[in-house]
Design a protein around this ligand. Structure first.
Ligand code: AMP
Length: 403
């Protein structure tokens, strides 16, 4: 069974083809700058293996249809293709950012699902139109192939109302569905299952705090394998401090910015999403650059790092209060998997709550799933590499099996 995972954005299509017998990646790539004067396509065959090779091309790519045609031609190329024809693609899994509360599970795409996604565009104006374009084209080009939507929000649909409601006038929830949805659900779901395996417990027995720290960051309180709270909200802006997003702030800053700086709401949205977080504090959004700057004595970079660690710690503490019993804190994604300093800052001072790091294991350059907690730590501290594409492919296969 080969599954093609597609992440279609407004001007890009990222893809990955997996052989589900072994879960090996056959090829992966990205079509970028769709609709611009010049488009790009980069295609990797057997990435991460000895046989890895790459094809790149630059040409105008007018729309998603043209982009998908190019991808299919590369995947089925008579000489370098990883499959002989598109019939060898058993199913397609589509990554969808916002499923609102219309979608509580991954599901087979039909006209009703497409209509649901269209209805959700006001909640995800940046993402859902791009996803819809990808689904439309994939359904045209693969008419007989089952297609499945896998949502970033679905894992968090188990949150109780006390966690997902905002204390705004209730009518706004009724009318506009304003509530916390949470994101990175596919990642939180994947590391939850992997952490349960690592701990040797059934997934519905584990209580975890999953900490996805990347350019976008979020945390999730997992009780009995299910999300009961998460830091991102109606959009991915809320919660932790991120590369360019501010996370939690006082909403009263907005009218003040309007009055003092003459910014309109679109400009404020841009400022909080694209010019804040690490970038807003110290001018850099990549943590590796921030570490270099800290080493050179840059006080703003030091402050950004301190603020990041402090906010993470506050969330971990509050999720410990939410969960009562915590089996493990699980770090994942670019920063969570690779940066011992961030993990140390996020766990600092939590020993009274039973969280103690083994500093040597935290620092070691080991890869893969590992325990970095001290032997005496009551709460295990794990690093589990995330794999959202594999999770999408697994969920796609599960939906096919359940048909
Ligand atoms: P992601 O969005 O998951 O790809 O993560 C991107 C973030 O991970 C960026 O801030 C990178 O600086 C950070 N990152 C990636 N590799 C490392 C590393 N080896 N050490 C520290 N930070 C890293």
């Amino acid at each position: 069974m080969n599954i093609l995972v597609i992440n279609s954005g407004s001007s890009s299509i990222k893809y990955l083809l997996l052989d589900m017998r072994t879960e090996a990646v056959l090829c992966s790539g990205a079509v970028e700058r769709i609709g611009e004067e010049m488009g790009n396509l980069s295609h990797k065959i057997a990435p991460g293996t000895m046989g890895e090779s790459q094809v790149s091309l630059s040409e105008p790519i007018a729309n998603h249809e043209k982009g998908m045609h190019l991808v299919i031609a590369l995947i089925t190329d008579p000489e370098r293709g990883v499959v002989k024809s598109k019939d060898e693609i058993t199913a397609i899994g589509h990554r969808i950012v916002q499923g609102g509360d219309l979608f509580t599970a991954s599901c087979l795409v039909d006209d009703e699902v497409v209509a649901g996604l269209e209805k959700l565009v006001p909640l995800a104006p940046v993402h859902n139109p791009g996803h819809l374009a990808g689904i439309r084209v994939a359904r045209e080009l693969f008419p007989g192939t089952p297609q499945v939507t896998v949502f970033d929000t679905v894992f968090h649909q188990t949150m109780p109302p006390r966690a997902f409601m905002y204390a705004l006038p209730y009518e706004l929830y009724d009318e506009l569905k304003l509530r916390r949805y949470g994101f990175h659900g596919t990642s939180h779901c994947y590391v939850t299952k992997e952490a349960a395996k690592f701990l040797g417990k059934p997934v519905d027995d584990v209580n975890l705090i999953t900490v996805h720290l990347g350019n976008g960051s979020s945390m999730c309180a997992v009780q009995g394998g299910k999300s009961v709270d998460t830091s991102m909200g109606l959009t991915p802006l809320e919660g932790l401090i991120m590369g360019t997003r501010c996370g939690d702030t006082d909403l009263a800053i907005y009218p003040l910015l309007e009055a003092a700086k003459g910014l309109n709401i679109t400009e404020i949205n841009d400022l909080t999403n694209k010019k804040s977080g690490f970038k807003g504090i110290c001018g850099m959004n990549d943590l590796r650059d921030i570490h270099k700057a800290v080493a050179e004595g840059n006080a703003r970079a030091r402050l950004a790092l301190d603020m990041f660690g402090y906010r993470n710690r506050k969330y971990i503490g509050s999720y410990m209060a939410v969960l009562g019993r915590v089996d493990a804190i699980v770090f994942t994604a670019g920063i969570g998997e690779n940066d011992p300093v961030s993990r140390e800052l996020s766990c600092r001072g939590l020993s009274a709550l039973g969280v103690e790091l083994d500093h040597e294991r935290n620092q070691s350059g080991e890869r893969g799933a590992r325990d970095i907690g001290a032997k005496s730590s009551k709460v295990r501290v794990l690093v589990i590499p995330t794999n959202e594409e594999l999770e999408i492919a697994r969920q796609t296969a599960e939906v096919l099996r359940a048909r």
